[in-house]
Design a protein around this ligand. Structure first.
Ligand SMILES: [Zn+2]
Length: 236
């Protein structure tokens, strides 16, 4: 089990990495991690861009959004996090951001094509949430989004952004980066006209298991943190 300090650091690094990879949008978007007690949520505070979050800017709240520790205000859309945690005990981290390609592609009804190894992370498809275009600010709205997510790793919130979940912060970050990447790839490939050569469903399942293994996640995460450091980030 990770300590509360480790979770704060992971959330802060996740914000920096997402900002570096095209998920930045003014002071909007947030990352959270669930603490070992299952009820405490570490989340970026309101008022900062993803690219400037420090570990001290990660506050803790309960599942009703009440501040437990840290200084600062809670994002209006905290129910996107808390209601997913309430509904899905296996989820340990939640990311909500507004990346451009995912928003654009979310306007369509196109299914995701298996065009690359990375696409296979989502071989079961990516649902779209179309009931509400506005902000998700109530427990009821958060619950409806969490239900629409189902067993998927990500959902596209039409006219708005993305919601991504993971068993922990490194997995959620890898999933969010991969989501935007594969959607960008699909949008680019559409310029070529019809692309008939998708990876078969059977191969996609095998590739999914080969590429997205727990054994690799520490290497991926540590690399992303090193890259953020090289770009000048420090969260302590
Ligand atoms: Zn939002």
């Amino acid at each position: 089990m990770k300590s509360d300090r480790q979770l704060r650091l992971e959330v802060a690094w996740a914000c920096r990495i997402l900002a570096m990879e095209g998920h930045n949008d003014l002071t909007l978007g947030h990352v959270s991690a669930r603490a070992a007690d299952g009820q405490t949520v570490y989340i970026k505070r309101l008022g900062l861009g993803l690219d400037e979050v420090m570990a001290k800017d990660v506050i803790s709240i309960d599942l009703d959004g009440q501040l437990i520790s840290g200084a600062g205000s809670v994002h209006l859309e905290f129910p996107l996090h808390t209601e997913v945690y309430r509904l899905k005990p296996e989820v340990g981290a939640v990311i909500h951001t507004h990346p451009l390609h995912s928003i654009a592609w979310g306007l369509s009804s196109e299914p995701l094509k298996m065009l690359h190894h990375d696409s296979t992370l989502f071989y079961e498809g990516i649902p779209r949430f179309t009931d509400i275009s506005g902000l998700i600010t109530t427990a009821h709205q958060g619950h409806v989004v969490a239900q629409a997510l189902g067993n998927s790793l990500a959902i596209l919130l039409r006219h708005h952004g993305i919601l991504v979940v993971g068993k922990d912060v490194p997995w959620a970050v890898l999933t969010a980066l991969t989501l935007e990447h594969v959607i960008k790839l699909q949008l680019l490939s559409e310029r070529l006209g019809d692309v008939p050569n998708e990876i078969s469903a059977k191969e996609a399942q095998i590739l999914h298991l080969q590429k997205f293994q727990d054994a690799f996640i520490d290497d991926y995460w540590n690399y992303l943190v090193r890259r953020a450091r090289r770009a000048g980030s420090d969260v302590t």
